[in-house]
Design a protein around this ligand. Structure first.
Ligand code: NCD
Length: 309
């Protein structure tokens, strides 16, 4: 039987191509399951999962919780704003207290890059990174590639541009790793100030002209400007950002071919994309959300099968 090469999902950086293929094949099966009238399977009846969210989340938290419940796992939820973290408890103490209640797996979102790697080295549970600061967001990149595969047949050989705040985006880094592993051609496009200096070392093309980028690509993944991670201004004003890096219907319709539009959410309508683009049939934004549940079921199922009884 095939299994993942890893015991935790800390980042796409730690996966190989076979891992991604296995996750996608498993997600195909779960996607079929969640479209049945009875959407649940009894696979993880003996597994308890803790969702620890030290940073805000809507989609990712709900998606993980739904994935866990559809696998029949026991689920406990914790969010930092209501917890003893505010009373000064360390991350390891918090998690070890939770694990002493016999928890097998931890899904964690944390504002500090590297938090989930750190946790995996100090506690005895399988860890899934649900976003660590501006570092990685592996399940998002997996569901993004899975959605490209669904819409365009395969990821290999496709031209994918990631547009916007590359500097502060964990979605960008995880997508770059995932897309490169699968043989896609990857470009990043945004204001120079929001593109990390040596990003070309990751094998991506850098472009600052949005029209050129869109004419090159098959898929454009539009990112939200991560204002919450900025202490200074990286561009003159939101209006100017939108003029140069926002996609509207007129721009989309003037391109040489029909491209696919993606967005990890939450969307700032009218900033990175207009409503008519977000709601058009070229956008697969809600497919991404739907696929997120199947991808997370696959990841949890595959990692749970590696936990020693
Ligand atoms: C992303 C995130 O949290 O990194 N959202 C998500 O997980 N769906 C992107 C974002 O916040 O802009």
């Amino acid at each position: 039987m095939s299994e993942l090469s890893v015991n935790h999902l800390l980042g796409i950086k730690y996966l190989n191509k076979k891992d991604i293929e296995l996750i996608f094949e498993t997600a195909d099966h779960f996607k079929e399951v969640i479209n049945r009238p009875i959407k649940k399977v009894p696979s993880l009846r003996d597994i308890t999962i803790a969702n620890l969210f030290f940073e805000n989340s809507t989609r990712t938290k709900l998606s993980f919780e739904l994935a866990e419940k559809r696998l029949s796992a026991d689920v406990i939820n914790f969010s930092a704003s209501q917890s003893s973290v505010k009373k000064g408890e360390t991350l390891i103490d918090t998690v070890n207290n939770i694990l002493s209640m016999k928890v097998d797996m931890v899904v964690m979102r944390h504002p500090n890059p590297g938090a989930s790697v750190f946790l995996s080295q100090h506690v005895d549970a399988s860890i899934i990174n649900a976003g660590d600061g501006a570092h990685e967001h592996p399940t998002q990149a997996l569901l993004d590639s899975y959605s490209i595969r669904e819409r365009l047949g395969e990821v290999k050989g496709k031209n994918v541009v990631i547009v916007g705040d590359i500097l502060h985006s964990r979605v960008a880094l995880s997508n770059i790793y995932a897309l490169k592993l699968q043989g896609a051609n990857v470009m990043v496009c945004g204001p120079k100030t929001l593109i990390p200096k040596h990003i070309d070392k990751l094998g991506v093309i850098v472009e600052t002209n949005l029209r050129k980028a869109l004419n090159w690509c098959d898929v454009a993944n539009m990112l939200r400007v991560q204002n919450e991670r900025m202490e200074i201004s990286y561009f003159p004003s939101t209006r100017e950002y939108t003029q140069q890096f926002g996609v509207n219907k007129a721009l989309l319709d003037s391109l040489e071919k029909k491209i696919t539009i993606m967005h990890p959410g939450p969307i700032n309508r009218g900033v990175e994309i207009t409503s008519d683009v977000a709601d058009s049939n070229q956008a697969i934004i809600l497919d991404q959300v739907q696929n997120g549940v199947a991808i997370r079921m696959a990841v949890i199922y595959l990692l749970a099968s590696k936990i020693k009884p």
